[in-house]
Design a protein around this ligand. Structure first.
Ligand SMILES: [Zn+2]
Length: 237
């Protein structure tokens, strides 16, 4: 999977082009990815201009995070938890077979269905079959639990508090109870229940307190980044 492949994918997605936004998401993503066993990959992190709550990783080190998710984080470690989880999918080589058999542009269309509401609109009638395919872009519960474990390990290694991951997941579960349509994309691709959050909390509790003390939970760069994302024109999808 090379540069050309990712360009074909990205051509199908509404990617935020703001340089400051891109700089920060890549800085934070690289900080975590560089502490994994796949530090050798050429990692790329993209913000998708969509109000849907979702994030997705493509084999090879391409990680996509939606504005809708970023705008729901309230501290740096929550964003790091989501990135750590997605990075975990790449490190563990969790792949979506249907996606592996597709060309770059087709992966882009599938991702557009997964990450944005484009396939839900009447106007995108031609894409509805592809939307059906998007249902397959779903990780197993086992993959999810493993990506969580990797996320905890790698955020701690990079000096960031792992508490943001369960905190963010809890927030998404709460929103599913009150406003399910806003977060359905996330739950369609990343099966998540209370027991998964409990497992992450148990894993964190297994670390000695001395190792968790002093880990970073927030930063002024994160605060500026989120303010910048919020200031962008509202997403259409
Ligand atoms: Zn996942």
């Amino acid at each position: 999977m090379g540069q050309d492949y990712s360009q074909q994918i990205n051509a199908q997605l509404p990617i935020v082009s703001d340089p400051e936004v891109n700089r920060y998401v890549n800085l934070l993503g690289d900080q975590i990815a560089s502490h994994t066993s796949r530090a050798d990959l050429d990692w790329h992190f993209y913000v998708v201009d969509s109000k849907e709550v979702n994030a997705f990783a493509v084999p090879g080190g391409y990680v996509y995070v939606n504005r809708g998710l970023i705008e729901r984080t309230s501290s740096m470690d929550e964003l790091a938890g989501v990135l750590g989880h997605e990075i975990g999918h790449v490190v563990l080589r969790h792949s979506i077979k249907q996606m592996e058999q597709q060309q770059g542009a087709q992966v882009g269309v599938t991702l557009a269905c997964v990450l944005t509401s484009i396939c839900n609109s009447q106007a995108a009638g031609a894409l509805i079959n592809v939307g059906g395919t998007a249902v397959f872009a779903r990780f197993s519960r086992k993959d999810e639990a493993e990506a969580d474990q990797q996320g905890v390990i790698n955020t701690i290694r990079s000096g960031i508090s792992p508490q943001g991951m369960p905190s963010m997941f809890e927030k998404l579960l709460q929103e599913r109870r009150s406003q399910p349509s806003a977060v359905e994309g996330w739950f369609a691709t990343h099966p998540l229940e209370e027991d998964r959050i409990a497992a992450v909390r148990a894993q964190i509790a297994s670390y000695p307190a001395s190792q968790l003390r002093g880990l970073q939970t927030n930063s002024s760069n994160y605060t500026s980044f989120v303010a910048r994302v919020r200031s962008l024109p509202p997403p259409r999808k």
